[in-house]
Design a protein around this ligand. Structure first.
Ligand SMILES: Nc1nc2c(ncn2[C@@H]2O[C@H](COP(=O)(O)OP(=O)(O)OP(=O)(O)O)[C@@H](O)[C@H]2O)c(=O)[nH]1
Ligand SMILES: [Mg+2]
Length: 358
């Protein structure tokens, strides 16, 4: 399966509604005072990071988006209705770039966290009704202003892989098998190393939540220097908020495996050692592994972390691991919640539909 991770779209905010030119009607007054209301504002276009999306595949078919226009002003000083905002969902990790008419590119938002939202096109303001234009010399103004055009923007959406949890492990430890067991992802599983060459994402759905897990392709000694699949995929590990270290229960020395994983990650990026992590030992369906569980527990004890024992094939222990992962995600998300930062907005001068009215 190839994940769509780069698309171009066009977004158009709603136009403002025009101001109205109307006059009061009273029984004995043929022309009452002006009572034309203002036009409603056009809807804005927002892009929001949606935690349940993993790629930009939806945009293969639909590439043009438009928010609702504001309604026209009406008589009796009635405001036109404001146009509804349009909110477009994208996976967390989407970088939004605006392409100018001259081809220049400006990054306008990097939606790293789910629910993070960016205003990408501002709706046009509604025009003013003639009620605003009465003066002592002109009691019956036939003047109102038109609504402004909504902004229109050409955007590039670029998904830099981002997941809540990255599964990190040596080749063939069962990362793909586990990802397939806990999500609907269907990564290729095979008994040879480096079967997975690109990160694969899956959405894990629990009773009250969902989170995204990425299989980070097999990590080997020297990866930080570019060995194996090297840097290319360690870069993906940067954009996860926690790790699951997966060890193979059939390996002769799990302690060395774990140390090696930690070392490679830290050598690549020292900040990785700060990320929350869980450790799981896979393949406990095999008798030679299940019989070693007590021994493995003892050898991994110095790492001071609870060790989960699972079989990705029979799913033994997997539910407990998933709920621990969900807890870890909840915690990191809670820590990451910051006061709402104002969305990054990029404002070229709005085009005017009717300059003469100004
Ligand atoms: N007995 C047993 N075999 C497993 C288990 N999980 C995975 N395997 C086997 O281990 C081999 C490697 O599994 P994968 O899921 O492809 O491993 P991976 O870590 O994704 O490997 P790469 O993508 O190559 O790094 C396959 O032959 C799987 O069938 C398990 O829980 N028990
Ligand atoms: Mg794999």
């Amino acid at each position: 399966m190839h994940n769509v991770d780069n698309v171009e779209i066009k977004v158009t905010a709603g136009n403002g509604g025009d101001g109205a030119i109307t006059f009061r009607r009273e029984k004995f007054v043929p022309f009452g005072g002006p009572d034309g209301g203002d036009g409603g504002n056009g809807g804005d276009v927002y892009i929001i990071a949606d935690g349940s999306m993993t790629d930009l595949g939806l945009f293969r078919r639909k590439t043009s988006f438009k928010a609702e226009a504001g309604g026209r002003g009406r008589k009796q000083k009635m405001h036109g209705k404001d146009g509804g905002d349009l909110i477009i969902g994208v996976p967390a990790g989407t970088v939004i770039t605006s392409v100018g008419d001259d081809g220049s590119k400006t990054i306008i938002a990097d939606l790293k966290k789910r629910e993070q939202k960016a205003l990408v096109a501002k709706g046009g303001k509604g025009g003013k009704g003639n009620v605003h234009f009465a003066t002592s010399t002109n009691q019956a103004p036939k003047k109102a202003t038109n609504g402004k055009s909504g902004e229109q923007r050409h955007l590039i959406l670029d998904l830099k892989i981002i997941a809540d949890i990255g599964i990190i492990g040596h080749p063939s430890v069962g990362k793909s098998t586990l990802l397939g067991a806990i999500s609907r992802a269907t990564p290729e599983v095979a008994a040879y190393p480096f079967t997975t060459r690109e990160p694969v994402l899956g959405v894990v759905v629990t009773d009250d939540d969902s989170f995204i897990v990425a299989e980070i392709p097999g990590l080997i000694e020297g990866a930080h220097e570019g060995k194996g699949l090297g840097h290319k995929f360690l870069r993906h590990a940067e954009r996860t908020s926690g790790f699951l270290f997966l060890l193979d229960g059939t390996s002769p020395d799990l302690c060395a495996d774990l140390k090696n994983l930690r070392k490679e990650l830290t050598l690549y990026n020292a900040s990785f050692s700060q990320k929350p992590r869980l450790i799981a030992v896979n393949k406990i369906d095999l008798p030679e592994v299940s019989s070693r569980i007590p021994e493995i527990k003892t050898s991994l004890r110095p790492f001071h972390e609870k060790i989960y024992f699972v079989s990705a094939v029979t799913k033994k222990g997997v539910a407990e691991l998933v709920s621990a992962l969900a807890d870890m995600v909840r915690q990191t998300v809670a820590e990451m919640i910051e006061p709402e930062t104002p969305p990054v907005v990029f404002h070229p001068r709005p085009k005017r539909r009717n300059e003469a009215e100004e």
